[in-house]
Design a protein. Structure first.
Length: 219
C-alpha cells in the first residue's frame, strides 16, 4: 500500500487487538517520527504499552486496547498546523504498515512521566495506534464545492487534492476548511471550530499528496 491508497482506505480505528507493535514495524515508525520531527521542528514521541493515557472516563466504552500512541509534542505557540501535517503523515505511514490509528484531541489523560516535554513545549493531542480489530468506517463528507472554488474548468490535480482533503479526519468531522485555486497558487484557510488549525494541517497534507506538490504551491 502506498500513501495515496492509505488516504483512501484509512478510517479512525478505536478498537485494537492485544498484538504488540515491535520489531521492524516499531523501528520504521520510530524512523518516520524522527524524520517528521526533523522537518517540522517537532518533538513527537512513540509510546508503546502505555495504557494510562486512555484510561479515563471519556475514553472508556469507545476505545479498546488503546495502549500505544504517538504523543504530538511541539513548541507551545504556532505549531498547530505543523502538528496536523506531520501527525497525519505518520498516521498514513502507519496504515501502510498495517496499523490502524485515531486522532484523539480531548478524551485522554496527559501522563507527564511517560513523556519528554521540554520547557517551552506542550502536548497538543495524541494519535492512538495499533493493530485494529476492524478498519473503521468512512465518515460523511461535504461536497467538493462546499470546501473549495472547484469548477468544471479546474485542473485535474486540484480536483484530486480537494477530494483527498475531504477524506481527511477533522475534529468532530467538522470539515471547516476551504481551498481556493488562484493564478498564484492554492490558498488554504481554516474555518472557525475546535482544533481547526490542526485540522488545516491534516487536510493540507492530504491535498498535497494527492495533487502532487510539483503542480502547485500553497500561498
Amino acid at each position: 500500500m502506498d500513501i495515496l491508497e492509505a488516504i483512501e482506505q484509512r478510517h479512525s480505528v478505536r478498537q485494537y487487538s492485544d498484538r504488540e507493535i515491535e520489531g521492524d514495524v516499531a523501528a520504521k515508525l520510530e524512523a518516520e517520527i524522527a524524520e517528521c520531527n526533523r522537518l517540522g521542528g517537532l518533538h513527537m514521541q512513540l509510546k508503546l504499552n502505555e495504557p494510562k493515557a486512555m484510561d479515563c472516563l471519556l475514553a472508556r466504552g469507545s476505545f479498546k486496547n488503546a495502549v500505544n500512541y504517538v504523543a504530538l509534542v511541539a513548541p507551545k505557540d504556532g505549531f498547530d498546523e505543523a502538528v496536523g501535517w506531520y501527525g497525519e503523515r505518520i498516521a498514513l505511514y502507519a496504515k501502510t504498515l498495517g496499523l490502524g490509528s485515531c486522532w484523539v484531541a480531548g478524551s485522554y489523560k496527559k501522563i507527564p512521566e511517560a513523556l519528554d516535554i521540554a520547557d517551552g513545549e506542550k502536548i497538543y493531542m495524541i494519535i492512538t495506534i495499533g493493530y485494529g480489530l476492524n478498519d473503521g468506517k468512512q465518515h460523511k463528507s461535504k461536497a467538493a464545492e462546499a470546501v473549495s472554488n472547484i469548477s468544471p474548468d479546474s485542473p485535474e490535480w486540484f480536483r484530486r487534492g480537494v477530494e483527498a482533503a475531504l477524506l481527511a479526519p477533522t475534529a468532530i468531522n467538522q470539515q471547516k476548511f476551504k481551498f481556493e485555486l488562484t493564478p498564484d497558487g492554492v490558498k488554504a484557510k481554516a474555518g472557525l471550530g475546535p482544533f481547526s488549525k490542526t485540522d488545516l494541517g491534516i487536510v493540507k497534507y492530504h491535498f498535497a499528496v494527492a495533487a502532487g506538490e510539483e503542480n502547485f504551491k500553497f500561498i
